[in-house]
Design a protein around this ligand. Structure first.
Ligand SMILES: N[C@@H](CCC(=O)N[C@@H](CS)C(=O)NCC(=O)O)C(=O)O
Length: 216
């Protein structure tokens, strides 16, 4: 059964692959799955049909027959558990790869999102710049810990896994200035982005932006 995912009809990121449908597309490409995409407007995301799929009115969602999922972590775990390519077969290595999925979403992404909120909505407050610096310092703590653990390794724990897919996606969202302070992390992100499955997913989401004629 071919799954259907949802994505922004007009992504505010201008086709840079930062919207979270990109992670799901990448996982589907890594595991060689065909998929369909239903594009939704910001208005439609908050209407009953979409809210029935996603209680928080966001993208992406994932539908496969009568199964409907939301949350990228859950969607990617579902894909990874059913298809070869994103989780090791060895039970302990598999548990560690899943741990890295949670680490990406629960430990590394939150300070990055906190900075994003400050940069987008709070910067003009009297305390905006100070708070921005605070969030960046918190990110640096996490990235230095991640950098120390990665060391010279290619991926976080042996072969490329769903943990790497999510970690690279989260670091991409932060962007170069801070990630580049940690050369092994910027090389890690580049390795992820060089994967053929990533390139295919990236092109597919960019095509939506091109067809839509711009962001919005
Ligand atoms: N924790 C959720 C976050 C989903 C999310 O923030 N989606 C964004 C796009 S990347 C969205 O739909 N934003 C529009 C909104 O919240 O109104 C996940 O990982 O799936």
């Amino acid at each position: 059964m071919i799954p259907t995912i949802t994505a922004f009809a007009r992504s505010p990121d201008g086709g840079r692959g930062l919207a979270r449908d990109m992670r799901v597309r990448w996982a589907l490409e890594e595991t060689g799955q065909r998929y369909e995409v239903r594009l939704v407007s910001f208005k439609a995301m908050k209407e009953p049909d979409h809210l029935a799929l996603h209680p928080f009115g966001q993208i992406p969602t994932y539908e496969e027959g009568d199964l409907a999922l939301f949350e990228t972590g859950s969607i990617i775990l579902h894909i990874a558990e059913r298809h070869e390519g994103l989780l090791p077969r060895d039970e302990k290595a598999r548990a560690r790869a899943i741990t890295w999925m949670f680490a990406a979403l629960n430990t590394v992404e939150p300070p990055i999102l906190d900075r994003e909120t400050t940069a987008l909505s709070e910067r003009r407050e009297t305390w905006g710049e100070a708070r921005l610096r605070l969030t960046e310092d918190r990110i640096r703590v996490r990235l230095s810990q991640l950098s120390a653990r990665l060391g010279d390794a290619e991926w976080l724990d042996g072969a490329f896994s769903a943990g790497d897919l999510l970690m690279v996606s989260v670091l991409m969202r932060l962007g170069p200035p801070i990630v580049d302070e940690f050369p092994n992390l910027s090389a890690y992100v580049a390795r992820g982005q060089a994967r053929p499955a990533y390139r295919r997913a990236f092109e597919a989401q960019l095509e939506v932006f091109r067809r839509g004629g711009g962001g919005g």
